[in-house]
Write a protein that binds this ligand. Structure first.
Ligand SMILES: Cc1ncc(COP(=O)(O)O)c(C=O)c1O
Length: 409
């Protein structure tokens, strides 16, 4: 295929401009495995992938399964169920709360988060929601309100009854201790709180201190507040455990999966809940047109089978340790700006010393030139989140490219 002349202007002329997508960084003509290829044929390893690419881009087994499903049953109106959606449900619910769980499906993470909130409200008869200040749970009018108490006023009024507490990662404000104090104070003073929602590890990859989530869970249990974990980026093996919360010894009442669930090809998300929360059959908690869509369900089912059959959860854990060792070696050799790596499994962020004049956009551009695509997680931290199928050699290449990009600036 030839290059796409004028793509930048054409893209900018048709899409509403918004942060992070238009104007676009480039235009792709292929995505395969760990690689992205742009219109000029330049190839980079995708260390970002919107965290959908656990099994790599365009996994052949997944593409074959989706094609097969299109020929069998391509859609099911909501009043009907289908074999694939049921089998997916059996597979996922078997993994949560010892199999004592139920599930709902949605087409995106934000919608699934809002199902989880509605479920917690319906099950407790309370409306209050606790979220961590500076979190992210999606862009619906419910999900967005969770992010911060101070959203851009141009967006208008947000969902009420949301209470923000200090997040564990905000060390200057007191970190995990302050978070627990905020939580206890809030719950001690009111009885209208339905749930607390958080990512067990924020996707900026700051690992919570040991015992934090167990303590949160006890406080929530004491006040009969439901604990919801958003594992939309971190679930499905990315951190070296199938569920990220398995690292922390806390089991939420509800967990939300998304992103990689569709294998990086189709949009699908899932809400898994304690079976005891199946208490509102008369309500439509997740009334979505494509709820049990057999094609997206087949993508999710096949993705989980690939994760299982290719041993990708264990692989993420092993490669995470390899990455840590390689970074320690580089730091010991002192010839690098890299100062450390944080996170779990292959959901990682690399910190580095900045030189005067180093701007975030230039760092991303230097990465692309060196052969890697990543996003910034702060002025001196970049995301390093490769697919779980990355080979040992490509992982080493990606790290060298990141170090080369930084050190060459
Ligand atoms: C932690 C977290 N929750 C929810 C979402 C929303 O998912 P979606 O973009 O599929 O609506 C995202 C997306 O980036 C996310 O990172």
């Amino acid at each position: 295929m030839t290059a796409l002349p004028g793509w930048r202007e054409r893209d900018a002329a048709v899409f509403l401009h918004q942060h992070g997508s238009t104007p676009a960084l480039g235009v792709l003509r292929a995505a395969s495995g760990v690689w992205l290829e742009d219109e000029a044929g330049r190839r980079v390893i995708d260390l970002h992938g919107n965290t959908v690419h656990h099994i790599g881009h365009g996994h052949p087994r997944l593409i074959a399964a989706i094609k097969d499903q299109l020929d069998r049953l391509a859609f099911a109106p909501r009043r009907y169920s289908n074999d694939v959606a049921i089998t997916l449900g059996e597979k996922l619910t078997a993994r949560f709360r010892g199999g004592q769980s139920r599930m709902l499906l949605a087409t995106g993470g934000s919608d699934a988060i809002e199902i989880a909130l509605r479920l917690a409200r319906a099950a407790t008869g309370r409306s209050g929601i606790i979220a961590l200040e500076g979190s992210y749970h999606g862009h619906g009018f419910g999900a967005l309100a969770l992010s911060s108490h101070a959203l851009d006023p141009r967006l208008g009024s947000q969902m009420p009854d949301v209470h923000h507490i200090t997040p564990y990662w905000d060390e200057p404000l007191g970190g995990a201790d302050r978070m627990l104090r905020d939580l206890s104070a809030l719950l001690g003073g009111r009885s209208d709180i339905a749930c607390l929602i958080a990512e067990p590890m924020r996707s900026s990859c700051i690992v919570p201190p040991a015992g934090l989530w167990r303590a949160v869970q006890s406080i929530c249990d004491l006040h009969r507040v439901k604990l919801i974990f958003d594992e939309i980026p971190a679930g499905l093996g990315k951190t070296g455990r199938f569920f990220a919360h398995e690292h922390f010894g806390a089991t939420p009442d509800i967990v939300v999966l998304g992103k990689a669930l569709g294998g990086g090809i189709l949009p699908i998300a899932a809400v898994l809940a304690d079976a005891g929360l199946d208490v509102a059959p008369e309500l439509a908690l997740g009334h979505y047109t494509h709820e049990k869509n057999p094609v997206t369900a087949r993508a999710a089912l096949t993705t989980i089978e690939i994760i299982e059959d290719e041993g990708l959860v264990g692989r993420a854990e092993r490669l995470g340790l390899v990455l840590e060792a390689q970074i320690s070696e580089r730091i010991a050799g002192k010839a690098t700006l890299i100062t450390g790596v944080r996170g779990l499994g292959l959901l990682r962020a690399i910190s580095f010393r900045t030189r005067p004049g180093m701007m975030e956009a230039q760092i991303v551009a230097a990465g692309l030139k060196a052969g890697v695509s990543f996003t910034m997680k702060g002025p001196n931290v970049l995301g390093f989140s490769p697919p779980l199928v990355i080979s040992d050699a490509d992982l080493g290449y990606a790290l060298s490219a990141v170090a080369g990009a930084l050190d060459g600036m």
